[in-house]
Ligand binder design. Sequence first.
Ligand SMILES: NC(=O)c1ccc[n+]([C@@H]2O[C@H](COP(=O)([O-])OP(=O)(O)OC[C@H]3O[C@@H](n4cnc5c(N)ncnc54)[C@H](O)[C@@H]3O)[C@@H](O)[C@H]2O)c1
Length: 473
Amino acid sequence: MQTYVIVGVGGRSLMFKEALADLFKDSSKLLAVCDKNPGRLELARKELSKAYPNLKLYNHNDFEKMLAEHKPDTVIVCSMDSTHHDYICRSLYAGCNVITEKPMTIDAGKCQQIIDAVKKTGKKVRVTFNYRYAPPRSQVKELLNSGIIGKILSVEFQYLLDTNHGADYFRRWHRNKANSGGLLVHKATHHFDLVNWWIGSTPQSVAAMGARLFYTPKQAERYGLASHGERCTDCPVSKKCNFYLNMNAWPTMRELYVDCEKYDGYFRDRCVFSDQIDIEDSMNIVVRYQSGAILSYCLNAFCSWEGYRLAVNGTKGRLEHTCQETSYVNGDGSVQGALKPEGTTIRIYPHFKTPYNVPVRSGAGGHGGGDIEMLKDIFGQPRPDPLRRSADYVQGAYSILTGIAANKSMAENQIVRIEELVSGLPKSVFPQMPGEDERIEYVPDGRLLIGGQESNVQANVPQKLTETLGSGK
Ligand SMILES: NC(=O)c1ccc[n+]([C@@H]2O[C@H](COP(=O)([O-])OP(=O)(O)OC[C@H]3O[C@@H](n4cnc5c(N)ncnc54)[C@H](O)[C@@H]3O)[C@@H](O)[C@H]2O)c1
Protein backbone atom coordinates (compact mmCIF):
# COMPACT_ATOMS: atom_id res chain seq x y z
CA MET A 1 0.00 0.00 0.00
CA GLN A 2 1.44 3.39 -1.04
CA THR A 3 0.58 6.37 1.13
CA TYR A 4 -0.06 9.95 0.01
CA VAL A 5 -0.82 13.47 1.20
CA ILE A 6 -2.02 16.31 -1.04
CA VAL A 7 -1.01 19.96 -0.77
CA GLY A 8 -3.40 22.30 -2.57
CA VAL A 9 -7.03 21.19 -2.65
CA GLY A 10 -8.45 23.48 -5.35
CA GLY A 11 -10.02 22.50 -8.66
CA ARG A 12 -7.28 20.23 -9.98
CA SER A 13 -6.97 18.17 -6.81
CA LEU A 14 -10.38 16.65 -7.59
CA MET A 15 -8.79 14.24 -10.07
CA PHE A 16 -6.37 12.92 -7.44
CA LYS A 17 -8.94 12.88 -4.63
CA GLU A 18 -11.39 10.86 -6.73
CA ALA A 19 -8.67 8.44 -7.83
CA LEU A 20 -7.54 7.84 -4.24
CA ALA A 21 -11.09 7.56 -2.91
CA ASP A 22 -12.37 5.20 -5.54
CA LEU A 23 -10.55 3.46 -8.42
CA PHE A 24 -7.18 3.01 -6.72
CA LYS A 25 -8.24 2.77 -3.10
CA ASP A 26 -7.02 -0.82 -2.70
CA SER A 27 -3.41 0.05 -3.49
CA SER A 28 -3.19 3.72 -2.45
CA LYS A 29 -4.13 5.50 0.73
CA LEU A 30 -4.64 9.23 1.30
CA LEU A 31 -3.55 10.25 4.81
CA ALA A 32 -3.98 14.01 4.97
CA VAL A 33 -4.50 17.20 2.94
CA CYS A 34 -3.01 20.66 3.30
CA ASP A 35 -3.99 24.09 1.97
CA LYS A 36 -3.84 27.70 3.04
CA ASN A 37 -7.61 28.11 2.69
CA PRO A 38 -9.52 26.49 5.59
CA GLY A 39 -12.77 26.55 3.59
CA ARG A 40 -11.35 24.40 0.84
CA LEU A 41 -9.84 22.06 3.43
CA GLU A 42 -13.28 21.53 4.97
CA LEU A 43 -14.69 20.93 1.52
CA ALA A 44 -12.05 18.25 0.91
CA ARG A 45 -13.00 16.62 4.21
CA LYS A 46 -16.64 16.57 3.12
CA GLU A 47 -15.87 15.16 -0.33
CA LEU A 48 -13.66 12.42 1.08
CA SER A 49 -15.69 11.60 4.20
CA LYS A 50 -16.98 8.26 2.90
CA ALA A 51 -13.64 6.87 1.72
CA TYR A 52 -11.51 8.55 4.42
CA PRO A 53 -13.59 9.31 7.54
CA ASN A 54 -10.43 10.07 9.56
CA LEU A 55 -8.73 12.31 7.02
CA LYS A 56 -6.50 14.91 8.69
CA LEU A 57 -6.48 18.56 7.57
CA TYR A 58 -3.44 20.84 7.86
CA ASN A 59 -2.98 24.55 7.41
CA HIS A 60 -0.09 25.39 5.05
CA ASN A 61 1.99 26.58 8.02
CA ASP A 62 1.84 23.02 9.38
CA PHE A 63 3.15 21.29 6.26
CA GLU A 64 6.23 19.84 8.01
CA LYS A 65 4.07 18.77 10.93
CA MET A 66 1.85 16.86 8.49
CA LEU A 67 4.86 15.08 6.99
CA ALA A 68 6.29 14.27 10.41
CA GLU A 69 2.99 12.92 11.75
CA HIS A 70 2.06 10.81 8.71
CA LYS A 71 5.35 9.96 7.02
CA PRO A 72 3.72 9.56 3.58
CA ASP A 73 5.58 7.81 0.76
CA THR A 74 4.59 10.55 -1.66
CA VAL A 75 3.43 14.16 -1.55
CA ILE A 76 1.07 15.27 -4.34
CA VAL A 77 1.63 18.97 -5.10
CA CYS A 78 -1.45 20.65 -6.50
CA SER A 79 -1.16 24.21 -5.18
CA MET A 80 -0.60 27.48 -7.04
CA ASP A 81 2.36 27.23 -9.46
CA SER A 82 4.69 29.64 -7.65
CA THR A 83 4.50 27.49 -4.50
CA HIS A 84 5.40 24.17 -6.17
CA HIS A 85 9.18 24.38 -5.76
CA ASP A 86 8.85 25.09 -2.06
CA TYR A 87 6.61 22.08 -1.39
CA ILE A 88 8.63 19.84 -3.72
CA CYS A 89 11.94 20.65 -1.99
CA ARG A 90 10.54 20.45 1.55
CA SER A 91 8.98 17.06 0.74
CA LEU A 92 12.22 15.71 -0.74
CA TYR A 93 14.27 16.86 2.25
CA ALA A 94 11.71 15.19 4.53
CA GLY A 95 12.38 11.89 2.74
CA CYS A 96 9.26 11.74 0.53
CA ASN A 97 8.86 11.26 -3.20
CA VAL A 98 6.80 13.87 -5.06
CA ILE A 99 4.14 13.89 -7.73
CA THR A 100 3.67 17.46 -8.90
CA GLU A 101 1.18 19.13 -11.14
CA LYS A 102 2.59 21.08 -14.06
CA PRO A 103 4.37 23.42 -14.35
CA MET A 104 7.06 21.93 -12.09
CA THR A 105 7.90 25.51 -11.19
CA ILE A 106 7.94 28.97 -12.78
CA ASP A 107 11.47 30.37 -12.96
CA ALA A 108 15.11 29.33 -13.26
CA GLY A 109 16.07 29.95 -9.61
CA LYS A 110 13.23 27.77 -8.32
CA CYS A 111 14.03 25.11 -10.90
CA GLN A 112 17.64 25.07 -9.68
CA GLN A 113 16.43 24.50 -6.11
CA ILE A 114 14.53 21.41 -7.27
CA ILE A 115 17.50 20.06 -9.26
CA ASP A 116 19.74 20.47 -6.20
CA ALA A 117 17.20 18.90 -3.83
CA VAL A 118 16.79 15.81 -6.03
CA LYS A 119 20.59 15.44 -6.20
CA LYS A 120 21.01 15.79 -2.43
CA THR A 121 18.15 13.48 -1.43
CA GLY A 122 18.05 10.88 -4.22
CA LYS A 123 14.26 11.02 -4.01
CA LYS A 124 11.96 11.06 -7.04
CA VAL A 125 9.87 13.82 -8.60
CA ARG A 126 7.25 12.94 -11.18
CA VAL A 127 5.48 15.61 -13.25
CA THR A 128 1.93 14.81 -14.32
CA PHE A 129 1.96 15.39 -18.06
CA ASN A 130 -1.51 14.07 -18.76
CA TYR A 131 -1.35 15.42 -22.34
CA ARG A 132 1.17 12.71 -23.30
CA TYR A 133 -1.36 10.04 -22.34
CA ALA A 134 -4.26 11.20 -24.55
CA PRO A 135 -4.57 8.43 -27.18
CA PRO A 136 -4.06 10.62 -30.29
CA ARG A 137 -0.96 12.26 -28.79
CA SER A 138 0.51 8.88 -27.87
CA GLN A 139 -0.35 7.80 -31.41
CA VAL A 140 1.61 10.71 -32.88
CA LYS A 141 4.57 9.62 -30.75
CA GLU A 142 4.26 6.06 -32.06
CA LEU A 143 4.08 7.26 -35.66
CA LEU A 144 7.14 9.48 -35.29
CA ASN A 145 9.06 6.72 -33.55
CA SER A 146 8.13 4.27 -36.31
CA GLY A 147 10.16 6.38 -38.71
CA ILE A 148 7.18 7.12 -40.93
CA ILE A 149 8.52 10.61 -41.78
CA GLY A 150 12.17 9.80 -41.10
CA LYS A 151 14.43 12.00 -39.03
CA ILE A 152 12.57 15.02 -37.65
CA LEU A 153 13.92 18.31 -38.94
CA SER A 154 11.31 20.90 -37.98
CA VAL A 155 8.03 21.36 -36.12
CA GLU A 156 5.20 23.87 -36.53
CA PHE A 157 2.87 24.06 -33.53
CA GLN A 158 -0.06 26.48 -33.17
CA TYR A 159 -2.01 26.38 -29.93
CA LEU A 160 -5.41 28.06 -29.69
CA LEU A 161 -7.15 28.87 -26.41
CA ASP A 162 -10.65 30.18 -26.93
CA THR A 163 -12.52 33.16 -25.49
CA ASN A 164 -14.04 30.91 -22.82
CA HIS A 165 -11.20 28.75 -21.50
CA GLY A 166 -8.49 31.15 -22.67
CA ALA A 167 -10.18 34.11 -21.02
CA ASP A 168 -10.26 32.26 -17.70
CA TYR A 169 -6.48 32.60 -17.28
CA PHE A 170 -7.00 36.36 -17.14
CA ARG A 171 -9.51 36.16 -14.28
CA ARG A 172 -7.60 33.91 -11.88
CA TRP A 173 -4.20 33.97 -10.13
CA HIS A 174 -2.70 32.87 -13.45
CA ARG A 175 -3.01 36.49 -14.71
CA ASN A 176 0.20 37.50 -12.90
CA LYS A 177 3.62 36.14 -13.82
CA ALA A 178 4.70 36.06 -10.17
CA ASN A 179 2.07 33.33 -9.63
CA SER A 180 2.16 31.36 -12.87
CA GLY A 181 5.21 32.37 -14.93
CA GLY A 182 2.80 33.49 -17.66
CA LEU A 183 1.18 31.26 -20.26
CA LEU A 184 4.52 30.31 -21.85
CA VAL A 185 5.30 28.54 -18.59
CA HIS A 186 1.95 27.74 -17.02
CA LYS A 187 0.18 26.49 -20.14
CA ALA A 188 2.89 25.90 -22.73
CA THR A 189 4.79 23.58 -20.36
CA HIS A 190 2.34 20.94 -21.69
CA HIS A 191 3.08 21.88 -25.30
CA PHE A 192 6.86 22.10 -24.98
CA ASP A 193 6.84 18.82 -23.10
CA LEU A 194 4.89 17.23 -25.96
CA VAL A 195 7.38 18.54 -28.52
CA ASN A 196 10.41 17.43 -26.45
CA TRP A 197 8.88 13.97 -26.08
CA TRP A 198 7.53 13.67 -29.63
CA ILE A 199 10.86 14.51 -31.24
CA GLY A 200 12.99 12.90 -28.50
CA SER A 201 15.16 15.93 -27.89
CA THR A 202 15.60 18.90 -25.57
CA PRO A 203 15.69 22.64 -26.23
CA GLN A 204 18.99 24.43 -26.78
CA SER A 205 18.13 28.08 -27.53
CA VAL A 206 15.00 30.20 -27.63
CA ALA A 207 13.89 33.48 -29.23
CA ALA A 208 10.47 34.90 -28.35
CA MET A 209 8.08 37.76 -28.89
CA GLY A 210 4.85 38.24 -27.03
CA ALA A 211 2.37 40.83 -25.89
CA ARG A 212 -1.03 41.32 -24.28
CA LEU A 213 -3.09 42.43 -27.23
CA PHE A 214 -6.66 41.36 -26.48
CA TYR A 215 -7.34 41.23 -22.73
CA THR A 216 -6.72 44.96 -22.37
CA PRO A 217 -8.59 48.08 -21.24
CA LYS A 218 -8.66 49.09 -24.94
CA GLN A 219 -10.54 45.92 -25.91
CA ALA A 220 -13.04 46.65 -23.12
CA GLU A 221 -13.58 50.06 -24.73
CA ARG A 222 -14.13 48.43 -28.13
CA TYR A 223 -16.86 46.31 -26.56
CA GLY A 224 -18.40 49.35 -24.85
CA LEU A 225 -17.36 47.95 -21.45
CA ALA A 226 -15.03 50.71 -20.26
CA SER A 227 -17.01 51.15 -17.04
CA HIS A 228 -16.47 47.53 -15.97
CA GLY A 229 -15.92 46.65 -12.32
CA GLU A 230 -12.91 44.96 -10.74
CA ARG A 231 -14.68 41.60 -10.88
CA CYS A 232 -17.70 39.96 -12.49
CA THR A 233 -19.60 39.85 -9.21
CA ASP A 234 -21.54 43.14 -9.05
CA CYS A 235 -20.01 44.40 -12.31
CA PRO A 236 -22.18 47.25 -13.69
CA VAL A 237 -21.79 46.06 -17.32
CA SER A 238 -22.09 42.31 -16.80
CA LYS A 239 -25.35 42.12 -18.76
CA LYS A 240 -23.67 43.17 -21.99
CA CYS A 241 -20.34 41.37 -21.48
CA ASN A 242 -19.61 38.06 -23.26
CA PHE A 243 -16.90 37.39 -20.69
CA TYR A 244 -19.18 37.63 -17.65
CA LEU A 245 -18.64 34.71 -15.29
CA ASN A 246 -21.45 33.87 -12.90
CA MET A 247 -19.66 31.76 -10.31
CA ASN A 248 -22.95 30.89 -8.63
CA ALA A 249 -24.15 29.10 -11.77
CA TRP A 250 -22.18 25.95 -10.89
CA PRO A 251 -22.25 24.34 -7.44
CA THR A 252 -18.57 23.27 -7.60
CA MET A 253 -17.42 26.76 -8.48
CA ARG A 254 -19.56 28.33 -5.79
CA GLU A 255 -18.32 25.97 -3.09
CA LEU A 256 -14.66 26.08 -4.11
CA TYR A 257 -14.34 29.80 -4.66
CA VAL A 258 -17.35 31.97 -3.70
CA ASP A 259 -17.84 30.31 -0.31
CA CYS A 260 -14.08 30.39 0.38
CA GLU A 261 -13.41 34.05 -0.47
CA LYS A 262 -13.95 35.07 3.13
CA TYR A 263 -10.87 33.15 4.25
CA ASP A 264 -8.21 34.51 1.89
CA GLY A 265 -9.80 37.28 -0.18
CA TYR A 266 -9.07 35.42 -3.42
CA PHE A 267 -11.51 36.46 -6.18
CA ARG A 268 -11.71 33.93 -9.00
CA ASP A 269 -13.75 36.23 -11.25
CA ARG A 270 -11.55 39.28 -11.77
CA CYS A 271 -12.13 41.33 -14.91
CA VAL A 272 -10.33 39.97 -17.98
CA PHE A 273 -9.74 43.55 -19.21
CA SER A 274 -8.03 44.74 -16.05
CA ASP A 275 -4.82 46.76 -16.19
CA GLN A 276 -3.52 44.62 -13.29
CA ILE A 277 -2.84 41.71 -15.66
CA ASP A 278 0.81 41.23 -16.61
CA ILE A 279 0.84 38.03 -18.71
CA GLU A 280 0.84 37.88 -22.51
CA ASP A 281 -2.10 36.60 -24.54
CA SER A 282 -0.27 36.33 -27.87
CA MET A 283 3.14 34.66 -28.08
CA ASN A 284 5.43 33.45 -30.85
CA ILE A 285 8.65 31.61 -30.28
CA VAL A 286 11.38 29.80 -32.17
CA VAL A 287 13.36 27.02 -30.50
CA ARG A 288 16.47 25.22 -31.68
CA TYR A 289 16.77 21.68 -30.34
CA GLN A 290 19.83 19.60 -29.45
CA SER A 291 18.91 17.26 -32.33
CA GLY A 292 19.17 20.18 -34.75
CA ALA A 293 15.40 20.39 -35.27
CA ILE A 294 13.74 23.81 -35.16
CA LEU A 295 10.34 24.51 -33.60
CA SER A 296 8.09 27.39 -34.52
CA TYR A 297 5.37 27.76 -31.85
CA CYS A 298 2.57 30.20 -31.28
CA LEU A 299 -0.06 30.52 -28.58
CA ASN A 300 -3.08 32.80 -28.73
CA ALA A 301 -5.54 32.94 -25.86
CA PHE A 302 -8.46 34.71 -27.55
CA CYS A 303 -9.43 32.36 -30.40
CA SER A 304 -12.82 31.22 -31.63
CA TRP A 305 -12.03 27.54 -31.16
CA GLU A 306 -9.91 25.54 -28.77
CA GLY A 307 -7.22 23.06 -29.72
CA TYR A 308 -4.10 22.90 -31.84
CA ARG A 309 -2.53 22.31 -35.23
CA LEU A 310 0.75 20.45 -35.39
CA ALA A 311 2.97 19.71 -38.37
CA VAL A 312 6.19 17.75 -38.13
CA ASN A 313 8.56 17.73 -41.11
CA GLY A 314 11.06 14.94 -41.58
CA THR A 315 13.55 13.55 -44.08
CA LYS A 316 10.81 11.33 -45.57
CA GLY A 317 7.69 13.48 -45.32
CA ARG A 318 5.33 15.41 -43.10
CA LEU A 319 2.87 14.48 -40.35
CA GLU A 320 -0.06 16.81 -39.73
CA HIS A 321 -2.22 16.50 -36.65
CA THR A 322 -5.17 18.73 -35.80
CA CYS A 323 -7.05 18.46 -32.54
CA GLN A 324 -10.20 20.31 -31.54
CA GLU A 325 -11.16 20.24 -27.89
CA THR A 326 -14.29 21.11 -25.95
CA SER A 327 -14.25 24.42 -24.13
CA TYR A 328 -14.57 24.66 -20.34
CA VAL A 329 -13.72 26.76 -17.36
CA ASN A 330 -12.21 25.20 -14.26
CA GLY A 331 -14.97 24.37 -11.77
CA ASP A 332 -17.90 24.40 -14.23
CA GLY A 333 -18.41 20.68 -13.72
CA SER A 334 -17.80 19.75 -17.39
CA VAL A 335 -15.17 17.34 -18.69
CA GLN A 336 -11.94 19.32 -19.09
CA GLY A 337 -10.44 19.43 -22.58
CA ALA A 338 -12.39 16.52 -24.10
CA LEU A 339 -11.48 15.71 -27.71
CA LYS A 340 -13.92 16.48 -30.50
CA PRO A 341 -13.60 13.37 -32.71
CA GLU A 342 -14.87 15.24 -35.79
CA GLY A 343 -12.10 17.83 -35.40
CA THR A 344 -9.24 15.46 -34.60
CA THR A 345 -7.18 14.14 -37.51
CA ILE A 346 -3.77 12.71 -38.32
CA ARG A 347 -2.53 12.80 -41.90
CA ILE A 348 0.75 11.66 -43.39
CA TYR A 349 2.28 13.32 -46.46
CA PRO A 350 5.15 11.04 -47.53
CA HIS A 351 7.65 12.53 -49.95
CA PHE A 352 6.92 11.42 -53.53
CA LYS A 353 3.92 9.29 -52.48
CA THR A 354 0.18 9.74 -52.01
CA PRO A 355 -0.88 11.38 -48.72
CA TYR A 356 -3.28 9.50 -46.47
CA ASN A 357 -5.27 9.79 -43.23
CA VAL A 358 -4.47 7.67 -40.23
CA PRO A 359 -7.52 6.49 -38.25
CA VAL A 360 -7.29 8.38 -34.97
CA ARG A 361 -7.60 6.57 -31.66
CA SER A 362 -10.22 8.09 -29.43
CA GLY A 363 -10.07 8.75 -25.72
CA ALA A 364 -12.80 9.63 -23.26
CA GLY A 365 -12.67 11.79 -20.14
CA GLY A 366 -10.52 14.68 -19.00
CA HIS A 367 -7.76 16.07 -21.25
CA GLY A 368 -8.52 13.90 -24.24
CA GLY A 369 -8.62 10.70 -22.20
CA GLY A 370 -5.14 11.46 -20.87
CA ASP A 371 -6.17 11.86 -17.22
CA ILE A 372 -7.40 8.31 -16.67
CA GLU A 373 -4.51 6.73 -18.60
CA MET A 374 -2.04 8.71 -16.52
CA LEU A 375 -3.79 7.82 -13.24
CA LYS A 376 -3.55 4.11 -14.12
CA ASP A 377 0.17 4.64 -14.68
CA ILE A 378 0.63 6.44 -11.36
CA PHE A 379 -1.61 4.47 -9.03
CA GLY A 380 -2.33 1.20 -10.89
CA GLN A 381 -0.40 -2.02 -11.36
CA PRO A 382 3.03 -1.52 -12.97
CA ARG A 383 2.84 -1.91 -16.75
CA PRO A 384 5.29 -1.56 -19.65
CA ASP A 385 5.92 2.02 -20.80
CA PRO A 386 7.51 1.64 -24.26
CA LEU A 387 6.73 5.28 -25.12
CA ARG A 388 8.19 6.46 -21.81
CA ARG A 389 5.15 8.56 -21.04
CA SER A 390 6.04 8.92 -17.39
CA ALA A 391 7.97 12.17 -16.87
CA ASP A 392 10.57 12.83 -14.17
CA TYR A 393 12.00 16.12 -12.86
CA VAL A 394 14.45 16.30 -15.77
CA GLN A 395 11.65 16.30 -18.32
CA GLY A 396 9.62 18.57 -16.05
CA ALA A 397 12.55 20.99 -16.08
CA TYR A 398 13.09 20.94 -19.85
CA SER A 399 9.37 21.54 -20.40
CA ILE A 400 9.48 24.79 -18.39
CA LEU A 401 12.93 25.97 -19.41
CA THR A 402 11.69 26.81 -22.90
CA GLY A 403 9.02 29.12 -21.45
CA ILE A 404 11.41 30.54 -18.86
CA ALA A 405 13.93 31.26 -21.64
CA ALA A 406 11.12 32.80 -23.71
CA ASN A 407 10.21 35.12 -20.82
CA LYS A 408 13.86 36.20 -20.62
CA SER A 409 14.07 36.56 -24.38
CA MET A 410 11.01 38.85 -24.41
CA ALA A 411 12.29 40.91 -21.49
CA GLU A 412 15.84 41.33 -22.85
CA ASN A 413 15.16 41.14 -26.59
CA GLN A 414 17.76 38.45 -27.17
CA ILE A 415 18.21 34.75 -27.95
CA VAL A 416 18.53 32.76 -24.72
CA ARG A 417 20.49 29.55 -24.33
CA ILE A 418 18.95 26.95 -22.02
CA GLU A 419 22.32 26.02 -20.51
CA GLU A 420 22.63 29.57 -19.13
CA LEU A 421 19.54 29.10 -16.97
CA VAL A 422 20.33 26.16 -14.70
CA SER A 423 23.24 23.84 -13.95
CA GLY A 424 23.52 20.15 -13.17
CA LEU A 425 20.45 19.10 -15.15
CA PRO A 426 21.08 15.61 -16.59
CA LYS A 427 20.21 14.58 -20.15
CA SER A 428 16.62 13.55 -20.76
CA VAL A 429 15.98 9.88 -21.57
CA PHE A 430 13.61 9.29 -24.49
CA PRO A 431 12.95 6.32 -26.77
CA GLN A 432 15.57 6.40 -29.53
CA MET A 433 14.46 8.35 -32.60
CA PRO A 434 14.90 6.88 -36.07
CA GLY A 435 16.25 8.18 -39.30
CA GLU A 436 19.69 9.65 -38.64
CA ASP A 437 21.58 7.41 -41.09
CA GLU A 438 18.64 5.84 -42.87
CA ARG A 439 19.05 5.31 -46.60
CA ILE A 440 15.99 6.63 -48.43
CA GLU A 441 14.88 4.82 -51.56
CA TYR A 442 14.27 6.36 -54.97
CA VAL A 443 10.55 6.38 -55.80
CA PRO A 444 9.95 5.80 -59.54
CA ASP A 445 7.71 8.59 -60.94
CA GLY A 446 7.58 10.06 -57.45
CA ARG A 447 8.10 13.59 -58.72
CA LEU A 448 4.73 13.41 -60.47
CA LEU A 449 3.07 13.34 -57.06
CA ILE A 450 4.72 16.47 -55.75
CA GLY A 451 2.22 19.12 -54.81
CA GLY A 452 -0.21 16.70 -54.93
CA GLN A 453 -2.64 14.12 -55.61
CA GLU A 454 -4.86 13.92 -52.59
CA SER A 455 -6.27 10.72 -51.28
CA ASN A 456 -8.86 10.00 -48.68
CA VAL A 457 -7.80 6.41 -48.55
CA GLN A 458 -7.52 5.32 -44.94
CA ALA A 459 -4.00 4.58 -44.16
CA ASN A 460 -1.73 1.86 -45.09
CA VAL A 461 -0.08 2.33 -41.74
CA PRO A 462 2.17 -0.42 -40.42
CA GLN A 463 -0.10 -2.56 -38.25
CA LYS A 464 2.29 -3.09 -35.40
CA LEU A 465 3.88 0.26 -34.95
CA THR A 466 4.78 -0.49 -31.40
CA GLU A 467 7.11 -3.26 -32.60
CA THR A 468 9.13 -0.68 -34.44
CA LEU A 469 9.50 1.60 -31.44
CA GLY A 470 12.94 2.39 -30.22
CA SER A 471 13.39 0.95 -26.77
CA GLY A 472 15.80 3.56 -25.60
CA LYS A 473 18.78 1.35 -26.33
N1 LIG B 1 -2.50 18.96 -15.71
C1 LIG B 1 -3.56 19.69 -15.95
O1 LIG B 1 -4.19 19.50 -16.96
C2 LIG B 1 -3.98 20.76 -14.96
C3 LIG B 1 -5.26 21.30 -15.02
C4 LIG B 1 -5.60 22.29 -14.08
C5 LIG B 1 -4.67 22.71 -13.15
N2 LIG B 1 -3.42 22.16 -13.13
C6 LIG B 1 -2.42 22.59 -12.14
O2 LIG B 1 -2.90 22.28 -10.83
C7 LIG B 1 -2.47 23.26 -9.90
C8 LIG B 1 -3.67 23.80 -9.13
O3 LIG B 1 -4.53 24.45 -10.05
P1 LIG B 1 -6.08 24.61 -9.73
O4 LIG B 1 -6.75 24.78 -11.02
O5 LIG B 1 -6.52 23.54 -8.80
O6 LIG B 1 -6.08 26.03 -8.98
P2 LIG B 1 -7.02 26.48 -7.76
O7 LIG B 1 -6.88 27.94 -7.66
O8 LIG B 1 -8.37 25.91 -7.94
O9 LIG B 1 -6.35 25.77 -6.52
C9 LIG B 1 -5.09 26.12 -6.00
C10 LIG B 1 -5.08 25.75 -4.53
O10 LIG B 1 -3.79 26.06 -3.99
C11 LIG B 1 -4.00 26.64 -2.71
N3 LIG B 1 -2.82 27.41 -2.34
C12 LIG B 1 -2.40 28.61 -2.82
N4 LIG B 1 -1.26 28.98 -2.20
C13 LIG B 1 -0.95 28.00 -1.32
C14 LIG B 1 0.10 27.80 -0.41
N5 LIG B 1 1.09 28.69 -0.25
N6 LIG B 1 0.10 26.67 0.32
C15 LIG B 1 -0.87 25.76 0.19
N7 LIG B 1 -1.91 25.89 -0.65
C16 LIG B 1 -1.95 26.99 -1.41
C17 LIG B 1 -5.25 27.49 -2.87
O11 LIG B 1 -5.85 27.82 -1.64
C18 LIG B 1 -6.11 26.54 -3.71
O12 LIG B 1 -6.86 25.68 -2.90
C19 LIG B 1 -1.74 24.34 -10.69
O13 LIG B 1 -0.36 24.14 -10.59
C20 LIG B 1 -2.18 24.10 -12.12
O14 LIG B 1 -1.21 24.44 -13.08
C21 LIG B 1 -3.07 21.18 -14.01
